[in-house]
Design a binder for this molecule. Structure first.
Ligand code: PLP
Length: 312
């Protein structure tokens, strides 16, 4: 591929949040530091998709997402850097005033195509290649085999196989599958599901796992706080407290709920003394720009946006 992103900005940071039980250690793998605008797991999911597209001689990418989608934001920029044109199929009517994500995507040259929620539901059975000839289709969220393959490269970045538990947020489960495929036999991989009623994920994740399947992985369905993108005072309090304890910003959709879930498990005594927990920060901080200013204690790092929350 003509461009790549150097992962050297990703750090492994030891953390001591207030809720960490005695005798338990924790660290965060900071994928949010990968790149100012293509933060986190989305790059790992895009990487082999873009490579496959280029190898097949495709010059146009078509992909899907909602109006605040981190995947749309990341794809728009990655395509521009790779010299590919792209279309984002966006769920729902065109908003009168597009938010930060869509504005940025358009600025990167992504063509936005708004479709009804009904049509969006049919997207996986729609013949997009007929409508966009010679294009490469990336499913919503980068949820395919090439995406899983890229996510296999996340865990080795921690360069430490002594973690007993690895935790990440789960949307499609692609990132989780990549982590499970690269985990050691002694490690348990925990996926905090951010959607409500997502029982189908058990099978979908299992379908992405390599044989021999790593047996120690679990989906946690109790920490979505009401459903996708639902924000509660408890979540905001958790994110703000975590920032006070660690100076690490979390996003409200994914990583905030991941930390909230791990905190709840810790309080339930899930992690025995001697445990070492690796929390994977999958990025996504641009999604916080959907919040009114002042709700979170921190400014969104690296964002060039003029309309986001600002610290005093
Ligand atoms: C998209 C996203 C996820 C979900 O990843 P999946 O591979 O779809 O499970 C997690 N965290 C962040 C920050 C994301 O943007």
């Amino acid at each position: 591929m003509r461009f790549s992103i150097d992962p050297s900005h990703i750090t492994l940071q030891t953390i001591q949040p207030a809720w960490l039980p005695p005798g338990v250690e924790a660290a965060m793998l900071r994928l949010d530091r990968l790149h100012p605008d293509i933060s986190g797991n989305k790059w790992f999911k895009l990487k082999y998709n873009l490579e496959t597209a280029e190898a097949a001689g495709k010059t146009h990418i078509v992909t899907f997402g909602g109006a605040w989608s981190n995947h749309i934001a990341a794809t728009a920029l990655a395509c521009r850097m790779a010299g590919l044109s792209c279309t984002g199929i966006i769920r729902g009517e065109a908003p009168p005033a597009p938010g930060h994500t869509l504005q940025q995507a358009r600025q990167q040259g992504m063509e936005l195509c708004f479709i009804s929620r009904e049509a969006y539901r049919e997207k996986d059975t729609t013949d997009w290649e007929q409508r966009f000839p010679n294009s490469y289709i990336i499913p919503e969220g980068g949820h395919n085999a090439a995406g899983v393959r890229g996510c296999r490269e996340i865990l080795p970045l921690a360069a430490d196989d002594r973690f007993t538990h690895i935790a990440c947020a789960v949307g499609t489960g692609t990132t989780l599958a990549g982590l499970v495929n690269s985990a050691g036999p002694q490690q348990e991989v925990l996926g905090v599901v951010v959607l409500k009623g997502a029982g189908y994920l058990q099978e979908e994740v299992a379908a992405m796992l390599e044989a021999p399947v790593h047996p120690r992985w679990r989906l946690l369905h109790d920490f979505h706080l009401g459903g996708y993108a639902r924000v509660t005072p408890a979540l905001i309090a958790c994110i703000n407290q975590f920032y006070t304890d660690t100076h690490i910003p979390l996003d409200i959709i994914y990583t905030g709920k991941m930390v909230y879930g791990v905190e709840q498990l810790a309080q339930q005594g899930y992690f025995p003394a001697g445990s070492r927990i690796l929390l994977v920060h999958t990025g996504g901080l641009q999604g916080n720009l959907s919040l009114p200013p002042g709700v979170l204690k921190f400014q969104i790092p690296n964002s060039k946006s003029q309309n986001g929350p600002h610290m005093p």
